[in-house]
Ligand binder design. Sequence first.
Ligand code: SF4
Ligand code: SF4
Length: 282
Amino acid sequence: MRFAVLQLTGCAGCEVSLLNAGDELNLANLAYMPLLVSAHDVPEDVDVLLVTGGIRTDEDLLKLRDSAGKVKKIIAVGTCAISGGVAGLGDRHDIREHFLAQANKGRVPRMLPKCSPIDTEVEVDNYLPGCPPVPELYIKLLNDPQSLKTTSIVCKECGRKKPKEIRPDTLTAGIHKDIDPELCLVKQGQLCVGTSTRNGCGAICPRAGFPCVGCRGPSNNLIEKDADAWFESLISIFRRMTDIDPVLISEALKSPHFALFLFQFSDYADTELEKRPKEKVL
Ligand code: SF4
Ligand code: SF4
């Protein structure tokens, strides 16, 4: 299967993660990827086009439209391609002003009025959320796509214990060196959102002692609902598992620390987009 990677505006983390798959991927099948393969454009004989990054500039838009007609299948990869992510930060007023000032000097492509997910322009066959998707997800995607079907949440891959009798009443922030390696991070007062986030990443963050920030996006139960449902689910789970004030949970979820990842959900509420059908989300 010949595949190509079209990089729109993003941070290139999705490409680096793909390359971290190493020998598990047959890079002889990689037809185009500006970070790695020198080629002018997406060639005609491509089976699968992975699109990373959001539609931030006029150049992104042209590249995406031009490439979409040449390939058999399009997969939106990573938060930026799916809902804006890092690229979407440019919609913030002060950042936009900065880039427009640079654009006036002719250093950057012309910015579009708003950053958009790629399915606002082209038909997308599948979505692979993650910021970035971990290498194991790329390996499954390109070698055995059927194995990617998931119906579960990050907690299932995490395996930390959730004893009912432990109910923290304080939200703790930041990195803690004295984290219990076996106890659920929520039970240690951490803002872990693995309870409502789709699995597939191997729970790499909570297993290493860092709370899940939801980069894989909402679980199947929530993906076809709006952002409010996702927030309500999280708040109600925290109420069931802890005695922490729900207002504090709500405020923390909207804090800058989480804002980047929660674009994934807030964009669902802010736009007129059709909800992504769960069958398409890997
Ligand atoms: S630490 Fe997070 S991912 Fe792990 S069980 Fe607890 S809530 Fe779920
Ligand atoms: S544990 Fe959460 S934040 Fe970390 S990679 Fe998985 S979904 Fe993303």
